[in-house]
Design a protein around this ligand. Sequence first.
Ligand code: G6Q
Length: 554
Amino acid sequence: MTEISQTAEWRDLTADAAALEKTSMRALFAGDPGRFDRFSLEAAGLFLDYSKNKITEDVVEHLTALAGASGLEEMRRRMFAGERINVTENRAVLHAALRDFSMRAYHVDDENISQLVRHELEKMKDFTARIVSGAHKGFSGASLDTVVNIGIGGSDLGPHMVVEALRPYWIDGRRTFFVSNVDGQHLFDTLAQIDPARTLFVIASKTFTTQETMTNAQSAREWFLNHGGKEDDVAKHFVALSTNASAVKSFGIDKNNMFEFWDWVGGRYSLWSAIGLSISLAVGFDNFEKLLRGAHAMDEHFRDAPLRQNLPVIMALTGVWNRNFMGAAAHAILPYDQHLWRLPAYLQQADMESNGKGAAIDGQPVSCSTGPIIFGEPGTNGQHAFYQLLHQGTEFISSDFIAPAISQSALGDHHEKLLANFLAQTEALMCGKTIDEVRAELAAEGKAKLEIDTLAPHKVFPGDRPSNSILMEKLTPETLGALIAAYEHKIFCQGVIWGVNSFDQWGVELGKALASSILPALGVEGEEKPEASGHDASTNGLLNRINAIRRQNR
Ligand code: G6Q
């Protein structure tokens, strides 16, 4: 396999970056009145302006050629065709099949999975209707108005982010909680707010073996049984979302209360499957279906549009440009919509677990930098926190700004102010402010020369900090679906270009295994434990110290 960094396309891009070193984005805008139109595009209800990246037509052409050289189109075809492109786990990658309402059939090996998907969606629809209408009663005869989703990672971040994002669509009177952390305080604090007689526990776990989820699920079950529920009532109050029917059964959940998905749905790509049940219960199945349809519209675009006009591909390519040729180590996700407050956390997993890898798909070390650090906060909060570093820090960081033109909750002039900040930040990052501009400004304020000399360097903004702006009319289930799908495909494209398998996550295993070996060495409170010796000196020392503190606390 030719390393991507050894290709002629990579060399062209390296030369482009060198040639642009002395050119500012300001100059590029000044020299091309058509830049905004040239470097923007629209698909599935999303508008992407990528003109505030330091790119030229040549750069985009070379980036597109790089995508071609990486075999992106062939990998895209193979993914949609259900081939086992997740080679280290020998799995197909077909989350797109979960949201395809056309009559297209998807196959894994010889099995037509479209029918399985439809059957499960019907089951979710029916169950949602029974819960929401109140037809499904709990042990006391009351209907269930509270959902507690117990899951972690892909079985938490996606549904949680979507439920928060679709707050204006919440069904009146329904409450949804997400418990993920094995820290008992997470479950404890949640249980303190709910009535067992009115609660449905949704145990979301693809494998049904995850330590955190199983521990929380067992404790929730115990709590339920200690608070009025009987063994026979568990069936009314607990459902499972999983691929592992036998583990669900051993936990004590009836097969009828299990919503199934399959190994060709990756955990972090699973919110479209049964893992989305908590979304459907919060906003209704119709809105869940709209979310899926919005994602499908983006899938169709991604599948069919030429690379140069393909929104997720362009998001990926601008990312590769900034990461590999401009030197960005981090990428900020900055949603100017409070309801998207969980989006950065969701994308941290989607992106970093997918592309945070150092081994190429053929097992060789990668030959270039791969996934950047992803972080973010909703605007304008981030502005009063870490934007200082974005504007003037020594790290070069790219950003995605995301905003709806119309707010779901119009209140005074809040949205105009929010949008003004959104626009101002992208402009400030791009244009910066030169020393001459700063000096002129200070002089106009009547400052003396000495003060100008002292202050001016601190008020300079280097500019040339790249950003994409993603606009939508409103944040609806459809546009949210399209937005998430766009990011999923962006991540896929980058993985192909960097030559990594975006669909495994071996990097989470080592810590998990060590935690299992450390657990028996930790004493319960009041217990005497032998001195730890099986680890490095730091880990042994910490373990002994924790045990000493806990021994005294009975
Ligand atoms: C995602 C990962 C991971 C997974 C969690 C939970 O792609 O596979 O985040 O979702 O570890 O796993 P379970 O759903 O199996 O409990």
